[in-house]
Design a protein around this ligand. Sequence first.
Ligand code: CP
Length: 292
Amino acid sequence: KGELLTLETMSTVEISTILQEAEHFAQGKQWKVDKDLFIANLFFEPSTRTRYSFEVAEKLLGLHVLSFSEENSSVQKGESLLDTVKTFEAIGANALVIRHPENNYFKEIRGKISIPIINGGDGSGHHPTQSLLDLLTIQQEFERFSGLNIVIVGDLRHSRVARSNADVLTRLGAKVKIAGPREWMAGFDTTYEHVSLDDTLLECDVVMLLRIQHERHDGSMEWSKEGYHQQFGLTLEREKRMKKEAIILHPAPVNRGVELASELVECDRSRIFKQMKNGVAVRRAVVKRALT
Ligand code: CP
């Protein structure tokens, strides 16, 4: 009850319900728990936005937040993920937020604890709350998903954001295309049309750029930052060819001057910081759902 591991099996009706609640929070709704409840944020991978926007959301909901640092925990003594989460359940946590480098880490613990898990990102698998905040940002802009042209650009193979978003946006009626180096499209290129950014820019409503995930690359493909920017990135010149009302999304952190020109990070079309702000509203809705 209340867990959120992926959006894959979640109906579009339930997704809309979460977005509606998140929009209420974004517009100033106040809601707090009426008893002592504890939540633990277990991050086994670095994070700034997800970790701290969950923490802000949890504090706004009146929860006691247990912060966890892998380096100072008994994980260093060899304790497994399962025993770590069972420990938090035993000491009184009512829900867990987990980010972990292993794809589908939650399969190992699901059914072995009775408190809800909220996935804060699993390897290159899923990032459901990032998808929800991206959806909220798109919905605020266009008030619909159906018929929107969306291009997801860049390091798709390593991106849990791309995996979650491409599927859910398609189910909601958007037309999703992919762009970027063909070698980085594995797992996507049989489902989505691969296009060049130059060919699709004129028709796009949303240009969703992805961070190049250096830490997940194995060094088998040679590329340079400048070469990538010129061939696949959103340059100043390409931005001028976007539709008047089109917007730029990026989950961040951004490699400035690579995925997009540094000047575009805060340009009129950019919703990058709006996405982060919406992250708090979405996480308030998701944590409330987990605990009620
Ligand atoms: N977008 C995102 O997940 O950022 P963090 O890795 O900083 O949490």
